[in-house]
Write a protein that binds this ligand. Sequence first.
Ligand SMILES: N=c1c2ncn([C@@H]3O[C@H](COP(=O)(O)OP(=O)(O)OP(=O)(O)O)[C@@H](O)[C@H]3O)c2ncn1[C@@H]1O[C@H](COP(=O)(O)O)[C@@H](O)[C@H]1O
Length: 106
Amino acid sequence: MQNLDELYQLILDRKQNPQPGSYTKYLFDRGLDKILKKVGEEATEVVVAAKNESDPEFILEVADLAYHVEVLMAERGITPDQIKKELAGREGKQSQYADRKEIKNW
Ligand SMILES: N=c1c2ncn([C@@H]3O[C@H](COP(=O)(O)OP(=O)(O)OP(=O)(O)O)[C@@H](O)[C@H]3O)c2ncn1[C@@H]1O[C@H](COP(=O)(O)O)[C@@H](O)[C@H]1O
């Protein structure tokens, strides 16, 4: 079974060793704007799927988004370890969240 680290390594490999017919190669060839459009598109599909009843459809859309975000990270030169480090730095901290005051005078 493939985890997100392994998928990222495969994406990096596709970047370094482009293969004919590879969708990942196609995205890298088209560049950052295309990758960003796909991330936006897939994020919208996650939102719509989340509102519907079907769990398999939602899972599929989240997986599509995860793949495209990892392609974006590879394009920007950011590794999963950097994301993990950021998340680890937040671990155990309590957010300073307070309810927003109602706006009375517009
Ligand atoms: N996880 C994925 C993955 N998720 C989604 N997709 C592709 O993302 C595309 C999204 O479909 P869309 O209909 O939105 O887009 P499209 O119409 O095909 O193309 P465009 O809109 O981008 O022009 C599909 O072609 C999917 O195949 C993926 N393509 C590849 N992977 C992984 O990447 C690995 C390497 O794939 P290749 O680069 O193709 O060898 C694969 O083994 C998988 O593990």
